[in-house]
Write a protein that binds this ligand. Structure first.
Ligand SMILES: Nc1ncnc2c1ncn2[C@@H]1O[C@H](COP(=O)(O)OP(=O)(O)OP(=O)(O)O)[C@@H](O)[C@H]1O
Length: 334
């Protein structure tokens, strides 16, 4: 299937600063793709170029197979939801949702039908006559979403749409957006810096750093098989060391086992002697720090999340074996 959008060698340069660096990216139709990365990595700039708010310094953007590089936003048929919902305060909820349809000269009865349908989809069918300021933040966010969906966009672009919501609402809206996307088969591009949000919502995760793509994969692949140290750290890996087979490898804290000094390792498990330096109680587990020497002879700091009832005596100074099952060991490119 053709991609819903294709960015080819797209760059955005501000003065002597390259915010997006020769990016190649296909946005797959009918999927939710997340642009994820630390602040300043170029995700918002990429989304704004897709939307047409910023013209790329170089490169080409195709939407639905057509060259859209020079098209203004209103000619792209894309829906956009911003962090600040950007609703019109003087219009009712229904008028806000119908605004884009009116611009597109959709006739009255059809417009009312599509406004009602979009409001129903976000669970606000009963609030069409209210003004935005009479709604909670979460409800305003839903109106912004309904407004973007009502025009039946080719792609829905979401720029950190949940960051102004409190934690509980954020969780609720994650699954609502996902439900709507799956129900309608919409192509969605979501910008976020929250890896949990990306893991939960995405079909495809695109991890960015300094204007470049570091990894593009399913959430499970990115989480379980980060290809390099940057991605691994971003996804919560903490232990970096050399083994006999790999110059660089990592394991998640919850998969690093600290065994009694004399304990035998499972077949195929990697292990090296370590000395505990710090133990912190965290309720469900203990966070244990240790030092070890890896296969390259370098000193490494280890962090393990150990179940409180693991049976191994852990206190600063204790000599242990840091053990890693082969299945939990992730080799890294760099
Ligand atoms: N109009 C502009 N002029 C100059 N520099 C800009 C402009 N827009 C963005 N930048 C810079 O480009 C870089 C990438 O910005 P961008 O907003 O795309 O990052 P981001 O990954 O979305 O980060 P955040 O999560 O903080 O929004 C940043 O360093 C930013 O300061």
């Amino acid at each position: 299937m053709n991609p819903a959008a294709r960015l080819s060698e797209v760059s955005q340069v501000f003065g002597d600063f390259t915010a997006v660096d020769r990016l190649d990216l296909d946005i797959e139709a009918g999927k939710l793709t997340t642009l994820l990365g630390p602040s300043g990595c170029g995700k918002t700039t990429t989304l704004r170029m897709l939307a047409g708010y910023t013209r790329p310094t170089s490169g080409r953007i195709e939407i639905g197979g057509r060259d859209a590089t020079a098209l203004p936003p209103e000619k792209r048929n894309l829906g956009m939801v911003f962090q600040s919902y950007a609703l019109f305060p003087h219009l009712s909820v229904g008028e806000n949702v119908g605004y884009g349809l009116k611009l597109r000269k959709v006739a009255g009865p059809e417009r009312r039908r599509r406004v009602a349908e979009a409001l129903d989809m976000v669970g606000l069918g009963h609030l069409g006559d209210r003004k935005p300021k009479a709604l909670s933040g979460g409800q305003q966010q839903r109106v912004a979403l309904a407004r973007a969906i009502a025009i039946q966009p080719e792609i829905l672009l979401l720029d950190e749409p949940l960051s102004n919501l409190d934690a509980r609402l954020r969780l609720q809206m994650r699954s609502e957006i996902r439900r709507i996307q799956q129900q309608t088969g919409l192509t969605v591009v979501l910008v976020t810096h929250d890896q949990e949000e990306a893991l939960e919502m995405s079909d495809v995760m695109v991890l960015m750093r300094s204007g470049k793509i570091m990894q593009k994969d399913t959430p499970q692949e990115v989480f379980e098989r980060p290809t390099d140290r940057f991605v691994a750290e971003f996804m919560g890996y903490e232990n970096f060391f050399a083994t006999r087979e790999h110059a660089s490898a990592t394991v998640r804290p919850e998969n690093l086992r600290l065994l009694g000094h004399e304990a035998a390792l499972d077949d195929g498990a990697h292990g090296f002697p370590a000395v505990v330096t710090q133990v912190a109680y965290r309720g469900v587990d203990l966070m244990v720090r240790a030092t070890a020497t890896d296969a390259a002879g370098d000193d490494v700091e280890l962090v393990a999340a150990v179940r409180a009832d693991s049976g191994t005596r852990l206190e600063p100074g204790a000599r242990v074996t840091a053990g890693i099952r082969t299945a939990d060991l992730v080799p890294l490119a760099g």
